[in-house]
Design a binder for this molecule. Structure first.
Ligand SMILES: Cc1ncc(COP(=O)(O)O)c(C=O)c1O
Length: 388
């Protein structure tokens, strides 16, 4: 059967479904005119925190700033080590040198592609023994939508006195044994980039946490280090406290219009996660035995399937074949972070053999909640029809 056009991610299908709600939400913002930090921002933060089982959420301009904000709030800086995978999007390690610290790259597990707890602890021990850097933070990534091994990571962070961030830009909404990552992490970060499972219509991000002092400090940092209640501490400043700067911050706010849009998208997000699982199950069933491997989700985990990533010996051949069949695909990530020029000088204490092998084999197939069975059959048949 022929299908006119196969989208890698079909954002239009969702928009068709909720367009009247989106139009009304945007119109409300145009009517009240509070374009920056308007009422929808706090409303969305409250709803996002509730969804993610966190006490608090703080929105910001994008998912990259969302990782930088807790590092800044914890005063991570020169001489500090921040452990993270190399098999991730650039934003994960990128923010670490922003604050003057160094990313330390850790290998991932071959089955889930998430940070390997055993190798993490070995890396912490190596960095401590070397003595040049002080271990401070671990950034785990919920790669392609599934939770990292948080119970193991929390135990390691507790043993070594480290903070734990879950970079859930791809995984917001994922759970492990019924808990969202913030059950274990000190901060969970996410991105509302349009293609993310919970994506807006532009850039946006958020941090979830249970610590009110952390929220307040990041509230200051996202608005140029404005003075917040604990800075004033009873003192009276006769002008607007946002013009009293208590620290060096940045400008990282979520636009009110994005918050208004995201409130509508969050309302259907739980259902969409279920729809993504149906698509993932159909892939797993349809591709059985025909590829090197279909994704394995950690025991007790629920993925939000930001990407459906398979492995194939001849990945590039498969991608070329799929293109001839009108099936789009993508490679996340062809060059791991430690092999990228700006990151080549940072430590990777015990080597990254799994990461390097995965970069050669992974290929992502079209994935979104609104994929119909006929379209998916075309994709599955195209993959199976490759004899390379
Ligand atoms: C794992 C990961 N972390 C962080 C980000 C950064 O998010 P943003 O593009 O909103 O800055 C992304 C996505 O872009 C990502 O995939």
């Amino acid at each position: 059967m022929s299908i006119a056009f196969i989208a890698f991610i079909d954002l239009a299908a969702q928009q068709r479904r909720i367009r009247p709600q989106l139009d009304a939400a945007i119109a409300r913002v145009l009517d009240h005119g509070g374009y920056v930090m308007g009422p929808e921002v706090r409303d969305f933060e409250a709803k996002l925190a509730a969804f993610g089982q966190a006490k608090l959420a703080l929105s910001c301009a994008n998912g990259t700033d969302a990782i930088a904000l807790p590092l800044m709030a914890w005063d991570v800086g020169a001489g500090d080590a921040v452990f993270c995978p190399s098999f991730t999007f650039t934003a994960t390690p990128e923010v670490v040198p922003w604050v003057g610290a160094e990313p330390v790259f850790v290998d991932v597990l071959a089955d889930t592609f998430n940070i390997d707890p055993v190798k993490l602890e070995a890396a912490i021990v190596s960095i401590k023994a070397e003595g040049r850097l002080v271990p401070k933070v671990v950034i785990a990534v919920d790669l392609f939508g599934q939770p990292a091994d948080y119970p193991a990571l929390r135990a390691i962070c507790d043993r070594h006195g480290l903070k734990l961030i879950s970079d859930s830009a791809q995984g917001f909404g994922c759970t492990l044994h019924g808990h969202h990552p913030i059950h274990w992490a000190d901060a969970t970060t996410t991105s509302f980039f349009p293609a993310k499972p919970l994506g807006g219509y532009g850039d946006g991000g958020a941090v979830l946490m249970n610590d009110a002092a952390l929220w307040e400090r990041m509230d200051s940092l996202r608005v140029h280090g404005k003075a917040v209640a604990s800075d004033l501490n009873g003192r009276v400043f006769e002008h607007d406290p946002k013009y009293l700067n208590a620290r060096i911050g940045m400008n990282s706010r979520l636009d009110t219009i994005q918050a208004a849009i995201l409130i509508e998208k969050l309302a259907i997000f739980a259902e969409e996660i279920g729809m993504r699982q149906v698509v993932a199950d159909r892939y797993a069933e349809g591709l059985k035995g025909s590829v090197l491997s279909t994704p394995k989700v950690i025991d007790g985990g629920v993925s939000v399937w930001a990407q459906y990533v398979i492995e194939h010996e001849n990945r590039d051949g498969l991608a070329a074949h799929l293109k001839t069949q009108g099936v789009p695909s993508a490679v996340y990530y062809p060059v791991p972070m430690h092999k990228q020029e700006p990151y080549a000088g940072f430590p990777a204490p015990n080597g990254l053999p799994v990461t390097e092998a995965l970069a050669e084999k992974v290929i992502a197939l079209p994935m979104h909640p609104y994929m119909d069975e006929a379209t998916q059959s075309v994709i599955i048949d195209a993959v199976k029809g490759f004899n390379g």
